[in-house]
Ligand binder design. Structure first.
Ligand code: PGA
Length: 250
């Protein structure tokens, strides 16, 4: 997989403060020294840090993205929310949509569909998260669920060129448990086939997320056809994040 262009998305979730900005220095230095490598680093910090991250990273080749947005594109009376236009306005290039931590709070496929539409309209690149729960996996429903999630999220959406598809088995997020290589490879193949067929996308970019760490990256990088990683916990520590990138290419 190292001959390809690989995405590394740092999803900071509800972590980080002003001091965390200093931790970017190491990553900026690393990325400058490795300009020729085929990878893209994307930071998705909490909203409170988004513009500060953008300012700090604007002369580098590292991009920033939001972790979510409201489904309405227009401004309006929605206390505590931000929309895709606002993200774009402060320098975000990407937005994570459909994360299981939001799905578990009641975000439905139809809301996700609206959020994706609004983000595409605002010219953001969408990092679409989807994946089965442990219960669904045990019932052998994984592929059925994945295809349902993809179909529902992209209903009536024609242009999916700027979407990164992040497969995140819910049982793998934050647990330290990753899928067996065989299972993961089968699911990635199934996902690519489904996207090609349903969304008529010739070369879909599919990432894996769920407990990616410097310890398991050597195993995960063996998966054929993977285009990158969505990294939660390990991305908040610059050394670990850099280690993951380095080991992917070694
Ligand atoms: P994790 O999170 O790497 O901490 O498991 C991944 C994610 O939720 O995107």
């Amino acid at each position: 997989m190292t001959n390809k262009y690989i995405y590394f998305v740092a999803n900071w979730k509800m972590f980080g403060n002003i001091k965390s900005l200093n931790s970017l220095d190491k990553v900026i230095k690393f990325s400058k020294h490795n300009k020729n490598n085929k990878f893209k680093l994307i930071y998705c910090p909490p909203y409170t840090l988004l513009n500060l991250f953008f300012e700090k990273l604007k002369n580098t080749n590292i991009d920033v993205g939001g972790q979510n947005c409201h489904f309405l594109e227009k401004d309006g009376p929605h206390t505590g929310s931000i929309n895709s236009k606002m993200l774009k306005n402060i320098g975000a290039k990407y937005v994570i949509i459909g994360h299981s931590e939001n799905r578990s709070l009641g975000e439905t496929n139809s809301i996700i569909n609206k959020k994706i539409k609004s983000s595409i309209k605002s010219n953001l690149k969408v990092i679409f998260c989807f994946g089965e729960t442990l219960k669904q996996k045990r019932k052998k429903l994984t592929q059925k669920i994945l295809s349902q999630q993809i179909n529902a999220a992209f209903k009536n959406i024609k242009n999916t060129n700027n979407v990164l598809f992040a497969y995140e088995p819910v049982w793998s997020i934050g647990t330290g448990v990753i899928p067996r290589n065989n299972d993961l490879e089968n699911n990635i193949r199934f996902i690519k086939r489904t996207i090609k067929k349903r969304l008529k996308l010739k070369k879909p970019k599919v990432l894996y997320g769920g407990s990616v760490s410097p310890k398991n990256i050597s195993k995960l990088k063996e998966i054929n056809d993977l285009d990158g990683f969505l990294i939660g916990g390990s991305s908040q520590n610059s050394n670990k994040f850099i280690d993951i990138v380095k080991k992917t290419f070694n």
